[in-house]
Every structure is written in C-alpha cells, then in structure tokens.
Design a protein around this ligand. Structure first.
Ligand code: FBP
Length: 332
C-alpha cells in the first residue's frame, strides 16, 4: 500500500473541495503538529514529573492536570500566528483567546486539549478533540463560535494510545492517519464508514441515579440478549470519550453520556457542546453514524455560551435511533 502523508491527502482534498482552502490545510497540519508534541510529552510524563495536578482549576471547577495546561499552551502557541485563526476557544479556558480582534483570521477553532483527563496519571487512553468553523463576517461578536455544529468545516480528534492516530472529518469524508516513527502522519484508513449497528456500548452506569427512567430502561435493554444473535451488547467504557468513540467508529455501537435530570448541577450531562459534542458529532455523521441529544441531532444544538453542555448519544445509526425511541417513550 502506497503510504500517503497527511499533507498529501489534504492537498488532494483542496483540489476537489471548495471548502478545503490552503489555510484549512495549514491549520489541520498545525493541529497534527500539536498532537505530535503532546504525544511525546505524554509518553515520558511519568519520568519527567509532568503528571499530577497544576495549582489551577478550570471554569467547571475541575482541578487542572499539569498536562491539561501544557497541551492547552501548545495549541495556543501553534494557532496564534499567520493570521489564519481569529479566535481559539478551549475547554480549559474561561474566555476564548482572540488572536485578531480586527477580524483578520478566517477560522475559529474550539478544542479540548486533553480528553479523558482522569486517565492521565494511570497511562490510560487519552485524546485531543477539535472543531473548525469558518468566520462568516468580521462583525460577528463571537467570531462565529456560538453557532450550530453544522457550521463546522472540519473536525476530528487525536488518539494517544498504543499508536498515536489523527482522525479528520473534512470534505464529506472521514480519514484516519497514524503517526510513524519518522514523525509523520500517514493515512491508515480512508473513507471510514461507521457500522449501522454494533455490540460495544460505553456509559458510566455509576451515574444512573441521575438519569431519567427512560435512559435506565434503555441501558437495561442493552444487557438483554439480542433475539437474533442471543448476544447482549458488550460494555466497553474507558473513561475516555475519544478512546471509546474510536472503537465505535470502527466496530459500531454507542457511547452515551445522557441528560442527568437527577442532578441540578449537570441537567444536560457532563460533556461540552463546542469541545466534545459538536466535533465528534461531525465525525460520526460524516462516517454514516449519528449523534443525538436523545431528542434531536447534536449538530443542530446552538450553544448559548462557550461552556454549554448537552446530552450525547453517539455512534451507530440503529443504536442511536433506538435510544431516541426509549427517550420518546416517556412522551407517549
Ligand atoms: P475531560 O475532557 O475533562 O476529560 O471530560 C470528558 C470525559 O473524561 C470523557 O472523556 C469521558 O468519557 C467522561 O468524561 C468520563 O466521565 P465520568 O467520570 O463521569 O464517567
């Protein structure tokens, strides 16, 4: 198989999709560079004392890990120059960073520098998630950030596992790239399709006291053997959304972080619209899967602020459709 680099793939994209500009190619290459730098630091973090908490907390009151802060700084460093990005919003920053108040930059970027932070000090699977929007006009006060997920022109994630992989959704296709020892991302899977159904399910059942009755019934249903196969669904939860979704992208299944009507602090669940839900919803939909809040597409959610949350049911079309049926059953 001829090895195609990330840049070669993006340049080919540029020739076939109007949305894919030279600047967007440059931007995705920079995000890939951030991934290489973060992967290198993660690999040696237990030897270099980079594990553990920083002295700061984020806007959600969560203690920040040193590597959360490091990864956030790496992104800001590599997004700020060249006038491509006007604003960068991060899960780890209360306020988005405006690089060009005069509206020079054509793109806005939202990112979660380290997804699965709880896995940081235990060598578990980790990720970085990103979403890219094109600015519609210099006068936009929010630089086009607080818009529906359908405004994203590209999205994806980095997975820091046994291999470091980059998954990019752009120009109607989802592609997987693997980091080679030469320090280059090579295409490893093209035109990725998310299977219509699948056995894996990822949900933190420890939270069920906070769920709706319909969600509890749905998760109970997942454990009942399928009449056709005699097999129930299989629990696969790693405490890393990126790690769990990467399995589902290739094997099918469903990741669920539902609404929590039982918890006044997080009625919409834990996950953030701009940094987690919108980007992965774009990857899922572009690969033929779905992302739902339980009552509608996640990509149609318009966040009221930069730290808004929404419920997430993500994965195979059949599995997400079925979850919506359970949620709708409460209405009947
Ligand atoms: P972070 O971005 O802070 O890591 O939060 C997201 C996340 O860690 C997901 O990756 C994971 O699926 C989920 O939260 C775990 O939450 P819980 O501890 O409630 O199961």
């Amino acid at each position: 198989m001829e090895q195609v680099t990330l840049n070669e793939h993006l340049l080919a994209e540029q020739r076939s999709h109007a949305e894919s500009t030279e600047e967007l190619t440059e931007l995705i290459n920079r995000i890939a560079l951030c991934g290489k730098i973060i992967a290198q630091r993660l690999r040696r973090s237990t030897l270099t004392g980079d594990t553990g908490y920083a002295a700061t907390s984020n806007v959600y009151g969560e203690r920040q890990e040193k590597l959360d802060v490091f990864a956030n700084a790496v992104f800001l460093r590599h997004l700020r120059y060249g006038g491509i990005v006007s604003i960068a919003a991060s899960e780890e920053m209360e306020e988005p960073k405006v690089f060009s108040p005069d509206g020079e930059g054509h793109y806005s970027v939202s990112f979660d520098p380290i997804d699965g932070s709880q896995n940081l000090d235990v060598n578990g699977t980790l990720g970085t998630i990103f979403g890219i929007r094109r600015r519609r006009g210099a006068q936009e006060h929010d630089h086009g950030l607080l818009t529906s997920g359908r405004e994203q022109v590209a999205a994806g994630y980095l997975l820091y596992g046994p291999a470091t992989e980059l998954v990019v959704a752009v120009g109607g296709e989802v592609t997987i790239f693997t980091l080679d020892d030469a320090g280059e991302f090579f295409r490893s899977k093209d035109r990725v399709r998310l299977p219509e159904r699948g056995r894996p399910y990822a949900v933190n059942e420890g939270n069920q006291a906070r769920w709706s009755e319909e969600t509890r019934k749905y998760v109970q249903w997942l454990k009942t053997p399928d009449p056709k196969t005699g097999e129930p669904h299989a629990t696969r939860y790693s405490a890393s959304l990126v790690g769990d979704f990467h399995r589902i992208l290739q094997q099918g299944g469903i990741y669920l972080y539902p609404a929590e009507p039982g918890d006044p602090k997080t009625p919409n669940g834990k996950l953030r619209v701009l940094y987690e839900c919108h980007p992965l919803a774009m990857v899922a939909e572009m690969a033929g899967g779905r992302a739902s809040t339980g009552s509608g597409d996640v990509l149609d959610v318009v966040p009221e602020d930069a730290h808004a949350r929404c419920p997430l049911a993500l994965g195979s079309k059949e599995e997400v459709d079925r979850y919506e049926e359970f949620v709708r059953s409460s209405a009947s």
